[in-house]
Design a protein around this ligand. Sequence first.
Ligand code: FES
Ligand code: MG
Length: 564
Amino acid sequence: MSEHESKSAVDASRTSYGDEGFSRYLRRAFLASRGFDDVDLDRPVVGIAVTTSDYNTCHRDMPALLQAVRRGVLEAGGLPMEFPTLSLGEILTSPTTMLFRNLMAMDTEEMIRALPMDAAVLLGGCDKTVPAQLMAAASSDKPVLLEVVGPMMTGSWRGERLGACTDCRRLWGNHRGGELDTAEITEARGELVTTAGTCAVMGTASTMACLTETLGMMLPGGATPGASTGARLRHGVATGRHAVELARAGTPKPREILTRAAFENAIKVLAALGGSTNALVHLTAVARRAGVGLALGDFDTIGAKVPLLVDCKPSGANYMEDFHRAGGLPMLLKELEPLLDTSTTGVTGTPLAELIADVRPHAGTRPVVRTMDDPLGAPGALAVLTGSLAPSGAVIKASAASPELVRHTGPAFVVDADQDIAAILDDPDLDLTPDHVLVLRMAGPIAAGMPEAGALPIPAKLARQGVRDMVRVSDGRMSGTSYGTVVLHCDPEAAAGGPLAAVRNGDLIRLDVPARRIDLLVDEEEVARRLATFTPAPLPERGWRRLYAETVLPASEGADLSFL
Ligand code: FES
Ligand code: MG
């Protein structure tokens, strides 16, 4: 075959040198320096997005997973070509990874488009990486498969099983309450994050992995195998092999997979998982890119009949490795089968009904994956609220809230995200009661990129009296591993002049989760008067933060940039 007739991705994409024949020639000349000859370059090319970083401990074992995917691609007759993208490690990125999710999505989308490849495998795992990659996939015109590093294994300390990071928060709460001294909390620290992999509970990372598998953007069985297991590596090999099939066929493309029915299934799975509140923002953003209109209210109405079936922290007691041993996501899909649209097809092209046809509960399935007749919790694990404090919506993880607080009225105590919150809440003279409602504002997308600060710490004085939960309200997010009675994503945010900006200390706030309401009990005219004098903070001066603050959509619309 002459270079002009070549069907190879290496030759097919357009270049900027004017003379197309010459640019094709140049590509093969440079790739020759990499050791590739025409036999290599005429194979289907599978681009593999790699997100290894010393700053992303969750992705520590990604090099081994990458080798597994590469082997799969080679076995199937393709050419694996790895490329780096932004890597977002949740813990070490300031002020919040959420500020960079859209940047990673842009990076990934543009590289898939710019680099010669017939299909892409996107390797991710930590909280924002999978949403960013799903968003990129939804905007790209090539077949894409996602693969995650998988969850970490649990550790133990003084006979107690531990896993990041619901237990990190619980132990820290105990430390603040005076139950663990500095030496003890330091010793426990070494056992909280024991292996590579994403957080050990149903936090944002595992929630998004499960939703990716549900959507069909990952080979079946890929959400739950542990990062350190052979099962993870074998899934990586299978992913590599399958990517070559997709590269040859040129189909299915992500937008064929990401249908309304697929998103509705994902919303139901999210409810049954008691998954992360962050998933509402992420799924909305992915759907928007796929051209599927998801409204915040859809999460409540579509998820309304789905009970909590998966017993994992923070909504339950177990860890991701237990969920995996219980049968993982396919087992959950089997339990939910009567509620799902099983005609959906993902990257395999096989309808969901067929994929789960042979899944049967086994001796290890219960009680981690419960049945519809014996659920762990009632429907409504994730509730969408509206009211005078959040006219465009807010979210609460009811399954991780205190039952005695889901209907509660109390006086507000307000802090802004840019204040020294720890100093304020730890002040021994702070006169608060457990009935107070802690309000955090200026933590929305425009103000701060939506940090996970919404689960404000219980004021030290109250913590020492044994108070472990209070109603908290904010325009920020909270970690998927958090728990408590925490109302999040209040929209419009305070920085945009939302009603949150009008709240003053002592105003009464009423939360009524069963009625799906969050209200500021101050009369409308007074709120309007207060808001009339509200001046928003100046936008960041330059760079990404400027672009972000100017173009970010509200949380209820997915917090993507408006032009993406
Ligand atoms: Fe990476 Fe939790 S910090 S998944
Ligand atoms: Mg997290």
